[in-house]
Design a binder for this molecule. Sequence first.
Ligand SMILES: Cc1cc2nc3c(=O)[nH]c(=O)nc-3n(C[C@H](O)[C@H](O)[C@H](O)COP(=O)(O)O)c2cc1C
Ligand code: SF4
Length: 643
Amino acid sequence: MTAFSHLFQPIRIGRMTVKNRLLMSAMSINFGVDESGLVTDQLTQYMATRAQGGVGMMLVGGGGIHPSGAELPNLPALWDDACIPGLQRMAEAIRPFNCRLGMQLMHGGRQSYHAHTLAPSAIPAPAVVKGQPRALTKEEIRMLTEAFGTAARRCQAGGFDFIEIHAAHGYLINQFMAPNANHREDEYGGSFENRIRFMLETLAQIRAACGSDFTIGVRMNAQDYILDGWGLEEALRLAVILEQSGADYLHVSAGVYGSTQLTIPSMYVPQGCFVDLAAAVKAEVAIPVVAVGRIKSPELAERILQEGKADVIALGRSLLADPQWPLKADAGAVRTIRPCIGCCLGCIHTVLQMEPGGCVVNPDVGREYLLSPIVPAGHQRRVLVVGAGPAGLAAARMAALHGHAVVLCEQHAASGGALRLAAMAPGRGDLQEIVDYFSEELRQLPVTMLFERALDDGVLKEVQPDVAILATGSLPGMPMLKGLFRTGMQVCTVTEVMDGSVQTGAQVIVLGGNQIGLVLADYLADQGKQVTVLHTRPHFGEEMSSNDRYYLRERLTRGRVRLFKQVLVEAFLADGVRFRTDRQIQTLAPFDTVVLADGFTSLREAANLLKGRGIETHFIGDAKHPRHLMYAISEAEELGRAL
Ligand SMILES: Cc1cc2nc3c(=O)[nH]c(=O)nc-3n(C[C@H](O)[C@H](O)[C@H](O)COP(=O)(O)O)c2cc1C
Ligand code: SF4
């Protein structure tokens, strides 16, 4: 008996029966194809891992119907029959899991990654992709609709169960529909009927190629969220026409390049952000409607179905973070789901940098084909992990899963380290969820937790470790800046402010405009303080994903925070600072507090205690080198596996 009765109801979509209401949405992951775009074992195992995790239906993302429309360099190419054997191997690998396998077909139009893009009109993309597209001729339009049809037929021949047409997110079909991208004066431009013609011809071609029994869905935008874009009113009209034209389901999303921070929303965006758009579409049609957009928890997914706002729930990043989400939800083991934290860094940010996609909280993404199942190590070792930040927690979990006897000691009363503190800032609460996940995992494993215990002789005597893993984190160093040592202002670190051991005054200088400095500035501004951020580099928050940084920057422009970049501090004064930017010298005062939020150095003192005792010692996470969470978790899991 499942805890989520709506979520685990079967559903009929077209002629296809799906075992539950969960769809893995298409994600162009930018790995798993060879140089010709043919599917390799890497993509197959990535998909099979998710099918094994219990999702009812899943989509391969970024299926290219023609070379002119490739969104990214490493996506499946479906413009030649040579693709069929690879698709067959994937379908074969999925078959044991009773999961319906689909391909999302797309043409990127002006949002393709290469230099010779084609579009309805010669209008550049609003963002991300540079360059001038060429307007399609009518002959080319016909050729492309046919290419959608033949690509669909190849997927069908490869054993795929369904096709989703990508008509959303500002790609070619969406470009035809959106007034800002389509200035054509022929029968493909102008009126609503003309702008949706390419969409309908594409659907008709696929239907003709694959037959009436084959399931075809459409992913459409209900809002482009961009000036002169496609909007809800026209989307609702289109939904009805698509149903009449034989679409088997509608998948409702939003945003285009230029508003991608909405399409793939960061932790600042409320969960279920597009559900109301799906509900509006559902009110117009009888075919199943799919909702998407930061639907992270089984509880929210269940509620959306229960309230009749959608028929199917699409999970994107939640299935990158934890492929087992559906099985765990079905078993009621919700707290054991490894959560997507909405950082957008390992996934969309990385693929838009043309790198293979991954996930900050799940280092296994893209490596499924290389990993063997976790089995107990031949020889049990006593492992002492020092520090219960994300790296320490992840290492302790992996070592325990391998059957080692693990003790984790933490000098504070709670786990989470710097991440727990970062999660206290406005809109950053998702970060705590990954701490909670690891803590819950450790509760279920035979790991001894020693809280409020710094590493000392007593701990070493008690544990007698064979292996010590130091995950002791980092702290900002005191920069050698003139006047800082004798200023009348209070000087403290970001850690002291966030853990509450220091209260700042009302006028604060934050030294450092990377993620941590910006998040701190927001935290202080939220408490009514006036904050000035001094950043030495040319860009703020460079190590963040652009989707996440977008919202943080928005918050920081609300009036209480002043941001200065390319700053060279000349001197700290008794209650102020003199600095240079762009060859201009400024003196600002008065301030009460300077918070150090840059120049982190690893904390490795604990290693001194281990010297000469014959204990195998490892540093991970910030204790190895201060970096991003992605490295902390992947390094920890890598080491845990290797012990
Ligand atoms: C790395 C990445 C690639 C994506 N590629 C596609 C794509 O090819 N087609 C598409 O329709 N949506 C794409 N999306 C959007 C997702 O399908 C989904 O709509 C979005 O991530 C929001 O859902 P979520 O909050 O459950 O992740 C992509 C998302 C990510 C993270
Ligand atoms: S990288 Fe971040 S946003 Fe992307 S799936 Fe992983 S946790 Fe979620």
